[in-house]
Design a protein around this ligand. Sequence first.
Ligand SMILES: CC(C)(COP(=O)(O)OP(=O)(O)OC[C@H]1O[C@@H](n2cnc3c(N)ncnc32)[C@H](O)[C@@H]1OP(=O)(O)O)[C@@H](O)C(=O)NCCC(=O)NCCS
Length: 228
Amino acid sequence: MRSLLPPGVTVVETYEDVLDPSPFPEEEEAVARAVEKRRREYATVRHCARRALAELGFAPVAILNGARREPLWPEGVLGSITHCDGYRAAALAREGTVASLGIDAEPHEVLSPGVLALVMRPEEHGHLARWAEERPGIAWDRVVFSAKESVYKAWFPLTRRWLDFEDATLHIDPWDGTFTAALHRPGPVVGGVRVSVMNGRWLVRDGLILTSVVVPAPCTTPDSEPAS
Ligand SMILES: CC(C)(COP(=O)(O)OP(=O)(O)OC[C@H]1O[C@@H](n2cnc3c(N)ncnc32)[C@H](O)[C@@H]1OP(=O)(O)O)[C@@H](O)C(=O)NCCC(=O)NCCS
């Protein structure tokens, strides 16, 4: 995941569960009734997140979830969390480094027909066929799914609103590991400019699909100040 994010974003990832030697009681309580698998991924990814916080110079804190399941970061920090079978990652940055970010990991497997129908806009079916012809051997439907989840994780902290899978059209470059998501809902305003497209990166390696989306921080050079 580190290679999918810009400098200034700290990524800590693991392929194995490393239970936090000092779990926070609030976190233990949050997953007390969850199955063992969920408790392990929850604790492990928070262990990753606290290592990332330490790298950024922040003290360890409990990382709970908000009303829409979003991770709640200490003041001055933003970030994103993902976990799937065999992989957990947290990507964090100091506020101001980027405006928002989202990360997602999925197994490199095709989607079931039911999920495929929920995730794709009509025009994206054509894109899938084109990418599969151009670069076979990649589960492009799952890459789109993961990319859209990264879009949502970057979108939500800026808008506090839901975004459906049909609310974005993905354009993936099958060779250079990048994608764009054209938003079909009014996007957040960042630095006085409405975000209508989000940019991301993707990678398929070791049976995993990894994606990231970064909304850049507003440019603060004098030249970029809006005219008064
Ligand atoms: C929230 C969602 C994206 C999580 O993705 P997932 O593949 O199920 O699970 P992941 O392991 O990758 O990510 C889970 C983490 O997402 C984070 N998350 C959950 N809700 C979130 C939100 N509203 N905003 C930001 N991050 C959120 C949490 O940190 C969670 O981990 P935690 O419960 O341990 O804290 C997904 O469940 C969902 O609701 N998707 C529908 C919305 C969507 O993707 N729209 C597409 C728009 S183009």
